[in-house]
Ligand binder design. Sequence first.
Ligand SMILES: [Zn+2]
Ligand SMILES: [Zn+2]
Length: 1074
Amino acid sequence: MSTNSRKRKGVASPSDAAGGPTAKKPRATKQTKGKKAAQEECAPVWPEYFNSVFKVFKALNTVLAFCSSRKNFAITFPVVRTSVESLLHEPLELAKVAELKALLPEIVKFAYTPRVELRIHSDQQVGQNRRERSPDFSAFRTAGASSSRNDVDEDEHVLVLEFLDNARVTKSSNTGFAYALPPALTPAATKKLVERRNNRFVEAVNELLNAAPAEEDPVALLQSAARDHIPVHPGCKDIPEASEADLKGKYRAVPEPEERPAITAVIEEIEQQACYQEQIAYKRVFEAREGQSAILDPPLSGSVAQALCHSRKITSLYTHQVAAINALSQGKNVIVSTSTASGKSVIYQVPLLQFLEADPQSTAIFIYPTKALAQDQRAALEQLLCSCPGLEHVKVATYDGDTPQDLRAGIRETASVIFTNFDMIHASILPHEDTWRRFLKNLKIVAVDELHYYYGIFGSHVAQVTRRLRRVCAAVGNRRTRFVSCSATISKPAQHMRNIFGIENIEEVTEDGAPSGRKDFLVWNPPLKDPMDPSLGRVHSMTEATRLMRFLMARGVRVILFCKIRKSCELAMKTLRQELSADGRLDILDRVMSYRGGYSQEDRRRIEREAFSGNLLGIVATNALELGVDIGVLDAVIMLGFPMGGLASFRQQAGRAGRRARDALAVFVADALPVDQHYIHNPEELFDRSTSDLMVDLDGKVILEAHLQCAAHEMPLTEEDEKYFGPNMREICETKLEKDREGWYHTHPRYLPYPAKHVSIRGIEEEKYSVVDVSRVGKPGGIAQVIEEIELSRALFEIYEGAVFIHQGLTFLVQEVSHDTKMAKLVRSDVNWITEPRDFTNVDALQTYRIREIKGSPHRAFYGRIELFTLVYGYFKLRNKAIIDAVDLDTPPWQRETTGMWLDIPKPVLDLMKDSGMNPAEAIHSAQHAFLNRFPLAVDLRTECKVPEKEYKASTSQRKRPARLIFYEPSGKSGGVAVKAFDHVNDILRDAHERVETCDCEEGCTACVDSPSCKEGNLVSSKPGALIILKALLGLPIDVDLLQQEPGMVSDAFDTVVEATSVRVAEGVEVECA
Ligand SMILES: [Zn+2]
Ligand SMILES: [Zn+2]
């Protein structure tokens, strides 16, 4: 407990979180050194009034300690009040409790909570420690049904009084994971807890007395602070008279967006808050910038100028727009790579209009990464064409998988512009080029938005599709097609453009001429829970992020909160729901929504519209909103944790706030994970480090062959086509295609009649499970409603029987899962726990197809067939991150095969690590990430991440894993990536070794052994361990310094790694040279 921090908490207002600004808090003039010091050196004399408050606190403390030892006891105020009154022999006033809350705002919870939140597990469980086999649904059926979404009585709130200092959390030795079920508190422990809380109260009073200015009466100070802490019933729409006077009233009504305070003022206010404990670890300001316009040469025609003015109010163009449009009219291709990319659509549309004016037969293809974006842009283009004299009748159409068959012929014959995607070009347009001749012959411009979206395997496929498109266009006599693209800031835009389209003559535009407002960037490190005891760790980033979000929304600042994964997105939404209702801010809650993959298309469009119209104050989203879906103007971005997509993703998210003249805020709230903490210590890197190049593999034979089979079907190939497909083409054609007597290559008959059907450019679409809300089935007019569709690979971990499923922050219980019909039935049920699957995935090498020498080393690399075996064997129920129950499940295991590569760790090295007390699991995990970090196509490769709950478990693990670095392709996405890693294993290993050895970080960072996309947050890691493994595999001598750890530190329980046994080798495999 820090005196320093609590000093500021002394008489905090409840508006710390979302209510409003507080009067400046009194600060102590005298520095105290700690708990003891505070009591001994400057224990002030207490005015009598405080002794009476203490008496109330002690009574309350006793009653609450008793209550908390009863697991299933809802601690409502009326219940507590009766008991406290019988102890005190006097009435307990709300005002008195509010004073306690004012003194200990972080510990005392005194607020209205929805009644349904208090429902706890079925009563049979009381006092029993048995693990139940399957959940008891009978207890929920009625409860769930009566509280289904439409029926929830928002006004049904109860006043709750609790302590929040987590008495029940048990701490395990290594990672802070509470693994065992928390035991009920023993009487002795209860006594200790009561004492501890009483001591905290004494400290709080002492601090208040020390901090109060001499001229102020501490009693009056406390009473006035307490007024803000009297809970307001959420159903109470009118603000009580009493609070009008105080500052809290100022933000009871959320300001209109135009009237919101300036961001600088908001930041200042944050720093004045009681809960502010130096969380801002770093600040950077990007100053406002004036727009720079320029003149087009040649100028716009009168009608295009008029159309821009009428439909967009655009009268002048920014420098980057002018540079792009000029270059296109000079016959060049263009890539615009700017941070905000304002006014991108003009860059695509103006040239189109110019082409159409010059030649009404002109056609164009527009490609956007998401359907939503394409729909927005199509509407905007139609509007522009309508206002352009002479072009009103130009036909624009969407041509994608959802376009009905009977409309397709009409589009082919008459449309001038199509909004489509690469999948359609690959599988529908090019294979039927004969019916698309008119269109392809006149194709003047191909506009591809968000070019940075295309990289890795998908990008490599797209690169071949564009080459096929150019080849077919040329064959019908069209060699004039221009390509234009915009992207986020990427490291080598022109090179990426060249890779994707196979074109030269590219103009690169990187100067952004659009105006932009000032932007404040904060790096936010959650404070230690207890500065006197850092081992307790930091306050959870979710708590900090949602608190910040409520604070901003209450001030009319429109916020988007980015979460790393779907689950945290829903948990954040749930937290906001609870906190906003506890604060009585249903007006704000009504204007917050979550947005993520899995939601139905309909729901997503609805949320986008709400956001765009400015109705929403807050959106909680995953990176599904990272790409430019236009959701209107946002004032602030909060990033909860460093994104899995790395720096590029980070900058993309940060860029979502702020436009034009308005000031904006971006906050990165760091998790406790090593990657996040790395950026806390090196925040400059967030802005200044260059992102890695976007990789596109143009030589990969697997992908190239697939597209050559398609291309040959579109038109037989000749040697001349090397100019499209590169030097590897001929060899593949000779070996894999059919050559006729004139020397033309044709598709191998195996792929006929539709070779495109054999190539999925996005990998195989996974089977999906329907998630159905059946809460209202059986009630009048009630029907089952599909609320989400979930891919098989997620379904396993999210919808098992008994799981708590969260949708829009509302909880549902999974009642029944059918793996035959791929359907899960859910009932709406407000439970106050969440569930976490207990599962493992074994990645096992089954058969070796290829073996390769490692240069200068006696060891080998292997490539072959791999089996993935996933078992969800149960789940935990968690409340406040503590496990309250463990349930076993009989879910069938999920097995599938894929390809991958592996490297076995030699037995002597394994023994050496074990003998010197190193944890081999840590070493293997870090070495795997070090390897992937040096492999350009790593986004499409997976590894077996080590799980802290298993590696640091107190008891021996039954599941032993071979000492092996293993990498595999996610099943259904085979694109020859693993074979690529295998082919380059020597270079990658050497590169990884050098990087780890020379990296000057202390315990590992994202440049060497950590990965932002590690499924387990890099918690099991060892930089020296990784180095030993890399050296061993390369046959390099191992430095004894690396081993200097205390022998015997690792107990047998950590022994989860055993020697790798050799894998069956396919017939006829020969060892390839390094
Ligand atoms: Zn490092
Ligand atoms: Zn990992």
